[in-house]
Each structure stands twice: as C-alpha cells, then as structure tokens.
Design a protein around this ligand. Structure first.
Ligand SMILES: Nc1ncnc2c1ncn2[C@@H]1O[C@H](COP(=O)(O)OP(=O)(O)OP(=O)(O)O)[C@@H](O)[C@H]1O
Ligand SMILES: [Mg+2]
Length: 363
C-alpha cells in the first residue's frame, strides 16, 4: 500500500530519525518518505511507503519594526505613510519609487510598522532566482532501523527524508507577514514572476512541493508587500515587469521638503537647528547645479553634520574645517560636473557656502 499522510503522529512514532534540526533561521517543511518492511517467521512481507510533511517553526527570521528616537515624522512623512497605509488597508501592495536617498526604505519600514505585523526583508539581487525567494529542497537523509525485539519477528525500516527550506517570501505568505522587498528591480524580472500570482490570485505556486500536496499555498489574508525601487537608469537596475507594476500601487517619492531635511539632519547629528539649516540649504542649492538634480542627497547633509558635530566645528564659510568636510563629502557628487575637463563643483561649493552663511549671519 502506498499512501501519503501529512504529519500524522502515528507515522512520526515509527520514524527512527528524530534528531534532524531545521536550518536556522529559515522556516522549514520536513518531508519524510518511509518504507517499512516487515519480515515475519513465515516470510510474509508488508511494505508501506509514507510521506510525512512536518512544518517546523517558529522561524524567528522576522523583524518587528519600530520608529527609533531619530525618526522624524513631519507632515510630509505622515502624508506619504498615510497614503501607503490606505492602499495596504484595502489589500493592495505598495511601491515607493524614487531616486537614491529620498527616504524610500525608511518609508517602507514605517508603513510596515503601522501594519503591526512581523516583517520579512528581502533585498533585490541580480543573482536571485525564484528559489531564492520561495525556498528550495535542501537535501536528503536516509536512515535504517532493524528491530528484532521479538526474536521471531525481524522488522526493518528504511526512511528517506527530504528537507524543504522555505525562504522569506514563502514564510511571509504562509504566516501573513509584511514583506519589504527593497530595491526589487535589482533582481532580474523573471526571478520576480512568482509574485504575480501571489499579488493577484493570492496563491503561491511551489512546484517542488507538489508531491507532498503543498504545491499551492493560499496566501494568508494579512500578507502585504511593500516594494522600493530606484529609477531604471541607475546602474544595476533592471526594467520592472509591466504585469508586476500593474498589480501594485506606486507612490513616487522625491527629496523631502526643507523642514524634513533639517529635522533629519538635526536628529542624526545632534547639531542645533541654525547649523542644520545652513547645511541643508547648501545641499538643496547644489542640487540645482548641473544636470543631475537628484544629488547630493540628505545623506550628504547627515554626513557633513555628523562630522561637524564630532569635531565641534561651526558652519562658518571661513571655518577651514567646515570647508574641507564639505569638499570631501561632496567629492563623489561633484566630480561629475565638469567644464573643460575640470570639476566645477569645489568652486560652486565655496560660492554656495558663502551665500548661505552670509544669509544666516544676517538673520
Ligand atoms: N523620516 C526619517 N527620519 C529620520 N531619518 C530618515 C527619515 N527618512 C529618511 N531618513 C534617513 O535618510 C537617509 C536616506 O533614507 P533611505 O535610506 O530611506 O533612502 P532611500 O530612498 O531608500 O535610498 P536608496 O535609494 O539609496 O536606498 C537615511 O540615512 C535615513 O536614515
Ligand atoms: Mg533604500
């Protein structure tokens, strides 16, 4: 007789291989195939093949996001997260799209925190295949038990166990977690195909688990996904599938407003408001120079402010320390703006620094 049984205690009692541990920290399904052979005195044999699918948990591979002390919740931040929360509440998944340093990942975490569910985090990767998202077979283990407890009966039992290891997407779908798929367009579009049926039909297709009756998994009603992405023209970013974009709601994010940037700079560095304002005004002015007005980002504000606070320097145009910090932090952005082969930006930085500092001393 051949039968497939999902996790029956009686079958588990028969097994000799109880000590196998799941691979931490991922959630696992353990599938056990047991072939039992009973040889009695009159040489009658009985063979039973049994498959056991044993879910192993809890997985502990999730995070519970919470706003830290440095989190800044201005009306702009609230507006963006409220919009995301409205879409998530009615069952849609949300996508924050925008240039580097516009706060997408932070907003994704904040929106996820508002849902109050554990969060699974995935970072897009060009090397990803679908199995990196959903899971994979993680090998086999064979064991043999010879039982001659009653001298007239020899019972042999052979068991082959295959291990299936869930990856984070499967765990999130199964347990109704929130998935943050950060920079999902860094994965190749075909690796993300598995998301199409999750988002539309609310079914996760797991072909490798078909034999155990787990080939399709109903997505938990609390499951939500929050995506972030950079523009397609960025290095290492793939074009996203139209079908995926069609299933999610995209919120385009731009640089934060001045108030938010000033408060973030203060929160991250501990600098007083007047100094944070000088730095933020400089950066916002520099964004208007050249063709790429996405750089420098608020990260440059934070970096300049942190080093300044650490050294106890001031935001005065004639403070040599302030000047070299700005030149160094902005070097990565400024080399791209050249005239006759020479970088324009050190001059621009000095000019804008003087202009902004003059304004500060007048006020
Ligand atoms: N609301 C906020 N409160 C405090 N800090 C913030 C807030 N939003 C963003 N930041 C800070 O601004 C910086 C940029 O934010 P974040 O990393 O979220 O941007 P991003 O758009 O995901 O950038 P990238 O595209 O490069 O990944 C980070 O240092 C982050 O901590
Ligand atoms: Mg990010």
């Amino acid at each position: 007789m051949t039968s497939y049984t999902a996790g029956e205690p009686a079958d588990r009692e028969m097994s000799s291989d109880r000590e196998c541990k799941p691979l931490p920290p991922v959630n696992s399904l353990r599938t056990t195939f047991t072939m039992r052979k009973r040889i009695t005195m009159n040489a009658q044999k009985s063979n039973i093949a049994v498959a056991i699918t044993e879910p192993i948990g809890p997985d502990g591979d999730n995070v519970i996001p919470e706003a830290g002390e440095q989190f800044v919740g201005t009306s702009q931040v609230k507006d963006l997260t409220d919009r995301a929360a409205a879409y998530l509440a009615v069952g849609y998944s949300v996508h924050f799209a925008g240039a580097a340093g516009t706060g997408k990942t932070t907003l994704a975490f904040h929106a996820a925190a508002k849902l109050g569910r554990p969060v699974m985090l995935i970072h897009g990767d060009d090397e990803f295949g679908s199995s990196d998202l959903v899971g994979r077979d993680a090998g086999y283990r064979k064991s043999r038990l010879v039982d001659n407890f009653i001298h007239s009966v020899v019972k042999t039992e052979e068991e082959t166990r295959s291990f299936w290891v869930d990856n984070r997407l499967t765990t999130a779908c199964r347990d109704g977690y929130t998935l943050i798929y950060d920079e999902f367009t860094r994965s190749r579009p075909e690796a993300n195909n598995v998301l199409l049926s999750i988002l539309e039909e609310k079914i996760l297709n797991l072909p490798s688990l078909r034999r155990t009756g787990q080939g399709y998994l109903d997505v938990h009603p609390s499951f939500r996904a929050i995506f972030t992405s950079n523009p397609e023209e960025y290095a290492g970013v793939h074009k996203s599938q139209d079908a995926l974009i069609d299933r999610i709601i995209t919120i385009n994010v731009d640089h934060y407003d001045r108030e938010t940037e000033v408060l973030i700079t203060m929160a991250k560095s501990g600098l007083p408001m007047a100094d944070a304002e000088v730095i933020v005004d400089m950066i916002r002015n520099l964004r208007l120079v050249g063709v790429n007005n996405n750089r420098p980002t608020v990260r440059a504000c934070i970096a300049i402010a942190k080093v300044l606070a650490h050294l106890g320097a001031t935001t005065e145009a004639d403070d040599a320390t302030f000047r070299w910090i700005c030149h160094d932090v902005l070097a990565g952005d400024t080399v791209k703006v050249t005239r006759a082969g020479e970088s324009l930006m050190p001059k621009k930085v000095d000019e804008i620094m003087k202009k902004v500092c003059r304004r500060k001393s007048k006020s």
